[in-house]
Design a protein. Structure first.
Length: 325
């Protein structure tokens, strides 16, 4: 029997990602945040949550056992090192964990490909921002071009969209992103690069995918790529392909731009937006699996405007690519 109640979720990690995630959850018609947890009571994130009427705690992981609530899901927006400790605690408590760190404890999940795994897995890993940006395209490429021999992914980010958690987990970022690309493509030769723009220029997240293959027929790619693009935009409205895919120097090259919704982090921080959107899509899938029906959203309703004419077509952009450091 379907239930009209929302799925009760918690968030651990009151930094940029956790706070942005909270605001997005408050718009959800399937989820409610029962507890927002950090370590510093005076942090901007905890104070923002308090102002929104959300129960908060600065007691970190212990807050969940002390709250007296039953949690269906907890989002972990801390760090890979912390999640490796948290994962076992959540498992013992019977709480499903959605991990936004590159800890690789649980099963990788990309919403447009395998969202159904949330019904059976205790721990879901959202890969990385670069993984969520590139894997949907790479998975499509691997189906159209089964003879791909090598994949390169270059992500370019504005400096203020890279938090201390990403910098602390940079080795795990490269490892998780590479592993996920290999997992979803079947291609074991993978290169991943992350470049930060150290200037006043604030570019949207830009990810360049290059798939090496001797097959230069692009016409057969367009249909599957359009379909995948629409699937991703269902939960990441600012996800775009720049221009037209091209065959260059033995590889198919596709440029992906992500514009965020500007809830707590800047709109150009599409890297933070995409992993939060992916995590919420997975949690909402679990809520539906549990029989929960849509309820009216009660939180802030600000949503970035989306150019509807772009939903089914590739488009060009004059946005410059960040220069190499």
């Amino acid at each position: 029997m379907a239930s009209s109640a929302k799925l009760n979720v918690g968030i651990i990690g009151s930094g940029k990602i956790g706070t942005d995630l909270l605001i997005k959850i408050m718009r959800s018609r399937f989820l409610k945040c029962g507890l927002f947890v950090g370590r510093d009571y005076s942090s901007q994130g905890l104070q923002k949550a308090k102002s929104l009427g959300v129960q908060i705690s600065d007691q970190s992981i212990d807050a969940f056992s002390h709250s007296g609530q039953k949690f269906d899901v907890v989002f972990d927006a801390t760090s890979a090192a912390f999640h490796k400790k948290h994962a076992e605690i959540f498992r013992i408590a019977g709480i499903k964990a959605i991990d936004l760190t590159p800890a690789k404890v649980g099963r990788f999940c990309v919403p447009s490909i395998d969202s159904d795994v949330v019904a059976t897995e205790d721990n879901i890993n959202m890969v990385t921002c670069g993984g969520q940006a590139s894997v949907p395209i790479i998975n499509t490429l691997s189906k159209v071009y089964p003879e791909i021999s090598h994949i390169e992914v270059h992500s370019h980010l504005a400096e203020d969209s890279v938090g201390p958690g990403t910098l602390a987990n940079i080795d795990e970022y490269y490892s998780s992103t590479s592993s996920a690309i290999a997992n979803y493509s079947g291609v074991n030769s993978v290169e991943v690069h992350l470049q930060v723009e150290h200037s006043s220029w604030k570019p949207d997240m830009l990810t360049v995918v290059r798939a090496h293959t001797t097959d230069a027929n692009l016409e057969k790619l367009y249909g599957p790529l359009h379909a995948r693009l629409q699937q991703v935009r269902a939960h990441v409205p600012g996800y775009h392909i720049i221009g037209t895919p091209r065959y260059l120097n033995g590889a198919i090259e596709i440029l992906i731009s992500i514009r965020g919704q500007g809830d707590w982090v800047p709109s150009h921080a599409g890297n933070l937006d995409i992993i939060n959107c992916a995590a919420i899509a997975i949690a909402e899938k679990y809520a539906q699996h549990k029989g929960i029906q849509e309820s009216p959203a009660t939180g802030p309703q600000r949503v970035a405007s989306v150019d509807k004419t772009r939903l089914d077509v590739f488009h060009s952009s004059k946005q410059p690519v960040a220069e190499s450091a």
